[in-house]
Design a protein around this ligand. Structure first.
Ligand SMILES: [Zn+2]
Length: 315
């Protein structure tokens, strides 16, 4: 093996063209999915613009802009008018996400419409499943999640993404939707980095927390087991959430599985950079690009990120 002084790694770093030529990992707008929130009433968020709520009409305008700058995929989250114990707003025919899908589908035939499938935005208690005897009942919830996924596809969704972390939900959805791609939130951790999302989605649990179904941050082997189950149940893509605090999990999943792997660069990761940038401590554009590059380098094929829109206009 050659060594210094014959070998000088700085030779390939000298100019921008050289660096561009030999870069191992590049992020493209084609890899990014923009999360969007739709609700009966708009709720702008000045500090964290990507976490604003849109009405259906406002959403159509926002998507027009996204498509114009080059964003090709979005994931929809709904905040319903009324919540109930079961979360029926998740699957009813005129639910908020179903309305949004019916408005977007004919207007943007090329746009990839992904929907988040969960009950927490729709239940009065804010948990991701139904409560029976004080606990989130897995099997009863799975049926309702499958019903929700079917209603999304009927309204125009291309892809469904169950985020609830109930056991067996991918199999239940697959049984009803043999043709629809499923992006499974396979390893979704009970994370402190979801704060701004919960505000935007109005989905904070009214009692307890989600540690009874989301994963413990200390576990990596368990993430591989979750991925294995979801792949066996018919998932087309595995997802790790959050992204930056779990890059080791992402790498382990990438190495073990041949399915496409996604990562969710969550609201807290976005908010930290936004806050530091607002304080003058960080350059948002540089920190965002570096974050997305790190997530991709760790193994993500697809990144769900609040920076998708900005990324498209920046680069
Ligand atoms: Zn949920």
């Amino acid at each position: 093996m050659s060594s210094f002084p014959a070998t000088r790694l700085r030779r390939l770093r000298r100019t921008g063209a050289l660096r561009d030529l030999v870069r191992e990992t590049d992020v493209s707008i084609d890899d990014l999915v923009m999360p969007l929130f739709v609700a009966p009433d708009a709720l702008p968020n000045e500090r964290l613009p990507a976490l604003s709520r849109h009405t259906v009409d406002g959403l159509v305008r926002e998507v027009e802009e996204l498509v114009r700058v080059g964003v090709g995929s979005v994931i929809l989250f709904g905040i319903p008018e009324d919540k109930d114990e079961e979360g029926s707003g998740a699957w009813i025919e005129d639910g908020i996400v179903q309305q949004a899908l019916r408005a977007l589908r004919p207007r943007f035939p090329e746009l990839l419409l992904i929907t988040d499938v969960c009950l927490c935005e729709y239940t009065s208690h804010g948990h991701c499943g139904v409560i029976r005897e004080g606990e989130v009942d897995n099997d009863a919830s799975v049926e309702l999640l499958a019903r929700t996924a079917v209603s999304h596809v009927e309204a125009g969704a291309d892809v469904v993404a169950p985020s609830d972390m109930m056991d067996g939900r991918v199999a239940a959805i697959r049984e009803h939707l043999p043709q629809t791609p499923i992006v499974a939130y396979s390893a979704k951790y009970a994370s402190a980095f979801y704060g701004p999302f919960r505000e935007a989605a109005g989905s904070a649990p009214s009692f307890g927390d989600r540690r009874g179904y989301q994963m413990d941050p200390g576990n990596l082997r368990e993430a591989l087991r979750e991925c294995e189950l979801d792949a066996a149940e018919g998932a087309d893509m595995l997802m790790i959430k959050p992204a930056l605090p779990y890059l080791d999990v992402l790498r382990a999943v990438r190495d073990r599985f041949d399915l496409p792997v996604g990562a969710y660069n969550v609201s807290g990761e976005y908010a930290m950079v936004k806050a530091a940038a607002a304080a003058g401590d960080l350059d948002e554009r540089g920190a965002a690009l570096e974050s997305l590059t790190a997530i991709k380098r760790a193994g993500a094929d697809v990144i769900f990120t609040y920076w998708a829109k900005d990324f498209a206009s920046w680069f």
